[in-house]
Design a protein around this ligand. Structure first.
Ligand code: BG6
Length: 510
């Protein structure tokens, strides 16, 4: 495993939640596994007036509170935090970037980082353009000598529709080259999402069947048990389609549907996912009601506990029409997928936390075993992204005894069976890739724009057309029943990974 060159990671928004909950614990994990460079520094930047020591103390507390590691070596953690520095500036004030430049020069000499700087924008998206411009004013994006590299990592949302995404990309490109820009989508950092590529392209048995001749339809579910968790203000400007489908779920579609790349180089892989996004059949505005369903969770009682509805959440308008559940049906217009429907749903306050892809294979052309349940035989490949990460193949086999009664059985693989090691956190993997200048698992600007182009007509209709209903669903259930109407005339329906919480216990079977 390569180790990255010495570098400084500058975190804008260093006093915020993302830094505490994700970035710092992930960087510590890399440090613990000795995957970071020999000499590195974290430079926290934000308006809050911390000293270096206070910032280091915050880092220690963040790792203790949010790290997924079961055991934390306190001495190691102290050594890790000693590499952190802090600069209180107003990121909207261009003159303050002079202070940033001086601080970077100082740390660069101290840590021998050869001008390798990574800027992480963990700030509200409204600040992206200002920060990028201000970095440009002091040429902090420049790589004047052959050693120093400057990279910028940007968090989602990358825009809120196609036009704003294009504008943001244009602005970034005014200052940085595309190969310096890393748009992070933490789903691509998940071990099981990467495993989709290995499953498909390292095995000879799946690829011949991975097409319209053998696959009936594909279903992807992202279900969250939690609600908006105090982020009502953010969510009111977003909704499930923007928050989960435009990015995370379409990126999974990209990996599931892409053609084999000619190599595993970043652009070879990303060119193929781009082609998938370019082939998505756009839903016409007048057909949005037929192909997209939205819902919003309402108050309910789960195991005796009252769960508030979305409209009762802090920061949410009492008459909000923002969807906490979205389901869509669409097609990919290319040779491989012509006529195969894809169904995606994502929602909050569903019965459990689960993300999975279900490949539904076609039925046999002729039913040889004319027993009662021959029709029911299912061949499904379930790729469980989280939790209980693994893969399951459902097939029909003969029940022991007289006659030919067929029973569906499972062949399954769980990550936990092959590895004692906890799966690495998605952010850790992606941060390391960026340090190694590998952008394979980062979203490219053109792909992000294509994904917005695809969801824009749905967003427009949901905003403008007051006749399109938003259905209520009790918290703890699988969203509005209307989402089943997407399967019109077909014998299929969504797979239930577990029952409704309102009428059963929490049980999630792979
Ligand atoms: C984020 C969304 O991008 O992904 C959140 O903004 C969502 O609303 C989260 O909860 C889900 O991520 P994960 O890794 O928990 O599935």
């Amino acid at each position: 495993m390569n180790r990255p060159h010495n570098s400084i990671m500058v975190i804008f928004g260093a006093s915020g939640d993302l830094t505490k909950k994700k970035l710092i614990p992930s960087l510590f994990e890399l440090y613990k596994q000795e995957l970071l460079c020999d000499d590195f520094a974290i430079l926290g930047v934000s308006r809050t007036k911390f000293t270096d020591d206070q910032f280091r103390q915050n880092i220690i507390e963040a790792v203790i509170k949010y790290s997924e590691s079961k055991e934390i070596d306190k001495d190691l953690l102290k050594n890790f935090a000693a590499n952190a520095y802090y600069l209180p500036i107003n990121t909207e004030e261009v003159r303050d970037y002079m202070l940033l430049k001086e601080k970077l020069d100082e740390l660069n000499a101290l840590k021998v980082t050869h001008g390798n700087f990574i800027y992480y924008l963990a700030t509200p998206p409204q600040l992206y353009e200002t920060i990028v411009s201000n970095l440009g004013v002091y040429n902090l994006q420049d790589t004047p000598d052959e050693h120093g590299s400057k990279k910028i990592i940007i968090e989602k949302p990358f825009g809120f529709d196609y036009e704003s995404a294009r504008k943001l990309n244009g602005h970034l490109h005014d200052i940085f080259n595309e190969n310096q820009i890393y748009r992070i989508d933490h789903y691509l950092g998940k071990e099981t999402v990467q495993n989709v590529l290995v499953l498909r392209f390292a095995n000879g048995i799946f690829e011949p069947m991975w097409n319209r001749n053998f696959i009936d339809h594909i279903e992807i579910t992202s279900s969250e048990f939690i609600g908006v968790e105090g982020r009502g203000g953010y969510y009111e400007g977003s909704g499930a389609l923007r928050d989960m489908i435009q990015n995370h779920m379409l990126q999974i579609v990209g990996f599931i549907a892409m053609e084999p790349p000619s190599s595993f180089r970043a652009n070879a892989v990303r060119n193929e996912t781009l082609k998938v996004f370019q082939s998505l059949r756009h839903i016409k505005e007048e057909e949005v009601e037929k192909y997209a369903v939205r819902g919003q969770y309402t108050e309910s009682l789960i195991r005796g506990e009252k769960i508030p509805g979305y409209r009762e959440e802090k920061g949410v308008a009492p008459d909000s029409r923002i969807e906490t559940f979205a389901a869509i049906k669409f097609f990919i217009d290319n040779w491989r997928w012509g006529g195969v429907p894809f169904y995606i749903r994502a929602g909050k306050r569903l019965p459990t936390r689960v993300t999975e892809v279900v490949i539904h294979f076609k039925k046999t052309p002729h039913h040889l075993f004319s027993t009662d349940n021959a029709e029911q035989t299912v061949n499904q490949l379930i790729i469980r992204i989280q939790p209980d990460e693994g893969i399951l193949l459902k097939i029909g086999l003969k029940q022991p005894g007289a006659g030919y009664k067929i029973q569906n059985v499972n062949m399954d693989f769980h990550y936990s069976d092959i590895s004692e090691v906890e799966l690495p956190p998605a952010y850790g993997r992606l941060l390391l890739d960026c340090m190694l200048a590998d952008s394979t698992l980062y979203a490219r600007g053109d792909a992000v724009e294509e994904c917005w182009r695809f969801v824009d007509p749905i967003l427009n209709q949901w905003k403008e057309n007051k006749e399109i209903k938003i259905y209520g669903y009790p918290a703890g259930t699988w969203g509005p029943m209307e989402s089943f109407d997407l399967f019109e005339n077909s014998k299929s329906e969504w797979r239930y990974p577990c029952k409704n919480l309102t009428d059963d216990g929490l049980y999630c079977e792979l």
